[in-house]
Design a protein. Structure first.
Length: 295
């Protein structure tokens, strides 16, 4: 709810104010955090904003046009608020941020000052610094088709349209051993073909690291299970005994789209696009350009 903006405006005009800032952070996994720079807890919109959690913010910059609203939030790392291992695991990446100016004597008198997401986060000396990006930051994303030979779609997205939940294209397994979170020995999923999950996705579905995922670099079929190497290791409490879900990988080629997924109608690449060597070639007397196939 937006709150009583007019009541807050009247309060600010009185000359004697009782205001504070409140922040709500909603992670991608649904976990919600509430903070306030007031010395007592506040509650509205069904959320408790905790006091003395060490969260502060610099002045919010707002501009007309398409300029990006920006700010920075700073706070202390603590189990009661933000934990270092959660930042390291990327659980706060892209989290939604909302900020209000609130009359703490009457919390219904409030106005939202900022809405956006968390960008880059860094840690230093037991504290964290989070870059805040406004909604206009989304307008800076490149849009449109990319003309290249490999497929530009992500397996299972709106362009690909392949059902990754189809039988045979996913499997669950248990972690039997791991090395620094990037090399996993799995028990189970041995029925799939060799390298079936290479360039695929690994999702953690149980344990402390539940909800985290990583891309698969290599997939080796072994007796009783598989050996998986990830492009980037999963931090955040991954342990032996945790269960993971493997999704088949796609190398973005037309051959894989046709033979592995039977999804050629939705292939988003341009396999017959001439390469740079052909486009930069100069005319030659012994190799006339007749307009025929370049193959």
């Amino acid at each position: 709810m937006s709150g009583d903006k007019q009541g807050l405006h009247t309060h600010l005009q009185s000359g004697l104010t009782t205001t504070c800032r409140c922040w709500a952070i909603t992670r991608a996994d649904g976990q919600v955090y509430g903070f306030t720079d007031h010395d007592m807890e506040l509650r509205f919109d069904g959320l408790t904003f905790k006091a003395s959690t060490g969260l502060t913010a610099t002045a919010i910059e707002q501009a007309t046009g398409l300029s990006i609203d920006n700010s920075e939030a700073m706070g202390a790392l603590s189990d009661a608020a933000v934990r270092e291992e959660d930042i390291e695991a990327g659980r706060f990446d892209g989290a939604e941020v909302r900020a209000w100016l609130v009359n703490w004597a009457a919390p219904e008198q409030r106005a939202m000052q900022f809405r956006g997401s968390i960008g880059e986060m860094r840690r230093a000396g037991g504290a964290f610094h989070a870059e805040l990006r406004g909604l206009t930051d989304l307008l800076n994303r490149p849009l449109g088709r990319i003309y290249q030979k490999p497929c530009t779609a992500v397996l299972g997205d709106g362009s690909c349209k392949f059902n990754t939940n189809a039988p045979g294209y996913w499997a669950e397994a248990e972690i039997a051993g791991l090395t620094s979170g990037s090399f996993l020995q799995l028990k189970g999923a041995e029925a799939s073909d060799a390298a079936w999950f290479e360039r695929g996705r690994l999702d953690v579905i149980s344990g402390q690291a539940r909800g985290l995922w990583a891309s698969i670099k290599q997939d080796e079929q072994v007796a009783g299970g598989r050996n998986i190497t990830l492009w980037s290791g999963i931090s955040g409490g991954l342990a032996v005994g945790d269960r993971v879900r493997l999704t088949a990988g796609c190398n973005k080629s037309m051959q894989a789209c046709r033979q592995k997924f039977n999804n050629l109608l939705n292939f988003q690449g341009f396999p017959d696009l001439p390469g740079e060597d052909w486009m930069m070639a100069v005319p030659k007397q012994g190799n006339p350009n007749t307009g025929g196939s370049i193959r």
